[in-house]
Design a protein around this ligand. Sequence first.
Ligand SMILES: NC(=O)c1ccc[n+]([C@@H]2O[C@H](COP(=O)([O-])OP(=O)(O)OC[C@H]3O[C@@H](n4cnc5c(N)ncnc54)[C@H](OP(=O)(O)O)[C@@H]3O)[C@@H](O)[C@H]2O)c1
Length: 272
Amino acid sequence: MATLLLTGASGLVGSRLLPRLVEAGHTVRALVRGDVTLPAGAAAVHGDLADPGSLRPAVKDVEAVVHLAALFRTTDEDAVWRANLDGTRNLLSAVQAYAPRARFVMTSTGNVYDADATRPARESDPCSPTQAYPASKVAAEALVRESGLTWSVLRLPFVYGEGDGHLASMPGLVSRFGLHPAHTYSVAHHRDVAQVVKMALAGTLDSRVVNVTDDAPITVLEMTALAGSEVEGSAEPLTDPWHGRMDGTLLRELGFSPEVPTVQAAARAGIL
Ligand SMILES: NC(=O)c1ccc[n+]([C@@H]2O[C@H](COP(=O)([O-])OP(=O)(O)OC[C@H]3O[C@@H](n4cnc5c(N)ncnc54)[C@H](OP(=O)(O)O)[C@@H]3O)[C@@H](O)[C@H]2O)c1
């Protein structure tokens, strides 16, 4: 088990991943900016990706870094680039200087793939997004790959579960982004994000970019219904029907099998 730094520990994904990493026996430092209550066994290190000086004590002598911290729930594109690209660059520089043998695991997003795909996206498919969030993630992925560190990149889908409010936010996303009710997204439960991070920490995913998905993509309409809300149906044809869909074959070849195979299974298990 490793001494590791987790960034983004206060976020939707990080707050559910952190206790699982502690439970798995890792010694976890969490990079935090504000007052965050951490589970027993985790230590807070106050710092900011924008402040290189604060990153030295955070990374000193760690054996691994799990880099979740990112900015995307905003319309401030400059801030998105600063957090996701400049912030990752600062963190990589600190790791190169003070923990050069550390394994570096970064979460990216399935939004990196081109919208006009003709099937679920594979890891080798074109990624030329223009929006700040996915474009900054593509650029940050490149920094990670070229860092000289031992690395892996996990492209996450829509992550949900454990009362995180993400599914429940779907009606708002439908109106904000004009999502078609029949549009189908790849998804993954927090339990399976943790499973994949553990695979990465064990070295199984070294030098890999991998798509993370459960077994059954699901429509916007069904996600919304499972979260207890309703959106209006539509028989209009879909534009870019494969956008948001990832092919999870590679990760399965590397040994992944989702603990929560579908959103419906999560609902039955009471872990939505
Ligand atoms: N959630 C999803 O469905 C999803 C889907 C695809 C990919 N991902 C990826 O998964 C990762 C986590 O997503 P999330 O949903 O958990 O995000 P989130 O809820 O928005 O949390 C973002 C985290 O990043 C931290 N952060 C942002 N800027 C920072 C900075 N300058 N210095 C230090 N920490 C900073 C935030 O800290 P504060 O609390 O201090 O603001 C927070 O802990 C991201 O890399 C994202 O791209 C998530």
